[in-house]
Design a protein around this ligand. Structure first.
Ligand SMILES: [Zn+2]
Length: 477
């Protein structure tokens, strides 16, 4: 594990604080090209802050990485996509912009499939990549190939070599190598998407820990998940609550947080639905009778509030998806717009619960700053934000730091399924953090002497304070 760059070392390296104004600045860009892309016009102050941001390990609060063993197994499985070639880099998020730019679903499937050679795939994707190459998602592809393979871009003449490297690198320990050595990430929290509530295939470690997922037991409750958690049919609301209690008893101590992304399918206005009202609804649900949308929502409201009480008891921060929806041609923007107004009711009614509102609620990030400024139990997570809209994320960081307490912010989560894309995202985040902090200093809003402690806090200190990794690691044994 790398040492953080503390204030003493920082000042030692630059002569005096940041060395600006005294003519002692470090000239040019002193960032380590391994971890970040330094702005081309880097001033001394930007270069110095860049070096600090570059050397500070990130605590990554959100990824979707499957187990490494699964990636190893899939290399030679012909029915598994994405194929282990450069198509892997175009599989998650990248695909959304390609599709919106006009690439057909059929061609996209060929891009990630196993039938075409890398050059054939390149010919298929090149026209669409050219049309959207400036977006954060596509920039992340280039930053990842720079970090991993020393290439500036994917092209016809290197797509085969990049594909060979990508495939050859999939070997035991490659997660640790990519996260630690390439991306300078200290630890990553993982929300696994193909398990009912909690990943048990491998224990949490100094590198990875796992979220407890409440979709299947509450916000999109389904009978199969409840049955799997209870070990029997769940027929009554009382039994459903007991099942949720059992889930928290079993996994709460091992989980780093609770994660829920029900904002993809419903509003976040969880009302206080009494057990008396929810009990008959649950019984009908258990008998597979059809519930109206209002009845379904009432049942979910009751179950999720039960989860919140348990999360609070187990001191688990509750991470909620807010803002922009992944994918294409599907987002309900009216619902997205209401996310933070809706959730503010919960933040008032559960004052002892820590709420982590994810993805800067893009494009409603000002509302998130307002909530974090007002409520002591609300935190903002910039995960995914740097690649959705890098310029907005940079502005968000500046505005957040001047409005809300700096201790309420987590600045990085790659939010990726393929680990190969995380280094690119981390480089973009480091560039944005460098730009935001540099601008605050240059504009006179932030004292140079405050920079080292602030960078340490927002890149890793806050996550260490709020997420209890030591408790998680103790519970593994
Ligand atoms: Zn996510």
């Amino acid at each position: 594990m790398r040492d953080s760059v503390n204030r003493r070392k920082f000042i030692g390296a630059t002569g005096s604080a940041l060395g600006v104004g005294l003519g002692m600045g470090v000239s040019g860009c002193v960032t380590n090209p391994e971890y970040t892309s330094c702005p081309a016009d880097a001033t001394p102050v930007a270069g110095t802050i860049g070096a600090l941001v570059n050397q500070t390990p990130l605590m990554d609060t959100h990824e979707h990485l499957p187990p490494e063993a699964e990636r190893l197994e899939n290399v030679n499985k012909n029915n598994k996509t994405p194929a282990p070639d450069f198509g892997t880099l175009m599989n998650h998020y990248t695909d959304s912009d390609l599709r919106v730019a006009g690439m057909s679903g059929e061609d996209y499937n060929k891009l990630i499939g196993r039938k075409l050679a890398p050059k054939e795939k390149w010919n298929l994707v090149a026209p669409w990549y050219e049309r959207c190459r400036h977006t954060g998602y596509q920039l992340c592809v280039r930053e990842s190939v720079r970090a991993l393979y020393g290439e500036e871009d994917i092209r016809e003449d290197n797509c085969e070599a990049i594909s060979d490297r990508l495939r050859d690198d999939i070997k035991p320990g490659f997660y640790r190598h990519i996260l630690r050595d390439v991306a300078n990430i200290e630890h990553a929290q993982v929300n696994c998407l193909n398990i009912p509530v909690f990943r048990e295939s491998e224990p949490a470690s100094d590198l990875l820990s796992y979220d407890l997922w409440t979709i299947g037991i509450a916000t999109n409750v389904n009978r199969k998940t409840l049955r799997a958690c209870a070990g029997a049919e769940v027929a009554t609301l009382k039994q459903a609550h007991a099942t949720i209690d059992r889930v928290f008893e079993r996994y709460g101590p091992k989980a780093i947080a609770v994660k829920d992304q029900c904002a993809y399918h419903r509003r976040l206005d969880f009302e206080d639905v009494s057990d008396e009202r929810a009990a008959p609804l649950f019984e009908r649900f258990a008998r597979e009778e059809k519930l109206t949308p209002e009845e379904t929502k009432a049942l979910q409201d009751n179950l999720f509030r039960h989860c919140l009480r348990r999360a609070t008891e187990y001191k688990l921060p509750v991470k909620l998806h807010t803002g922009y929806a992944a994918g294409n041609n599907s987002m309900n923007l009216a619902r997205v717009r209401d996310n933070l107004c809706d959730v503010s009711r919960l933040t008032r009614e559960f004052p002892d619960t820590t709420f982590v509102l994810m993805h800067i609620a893009y494009p409603y990030q000002h509302e998130l700053i307002a909530l974090c400024k007002q409520y002591s139990n609300v935190y903002a997570d910039m995960c995914w934000g740097w690649i959705i809209d890098p310029a907005s994320a940079t502005r968000f960081l500046k505005e957040f730091l001047m409005a809300a307490p700096a201790c309420k912010l987590f600045t990085f989560g790659g939010d990726y399924i393929p680990v190969e894309m995380v280094p690119g995202h981390a480089r973009i985040a480091r560039r944005g953090i460098t730009l935001a902090i540099t601008q605050l200093v240059q504009e006179g809003w932030l004292a140079e002497s405050d920079v080292p402690a602030l960078v340490e806090r927002i890149m890793r200190g806050n996550a260490k304070e709020v997420f209890d990794l030591e408790r998680v690691l103790r519970a593994q044994s």
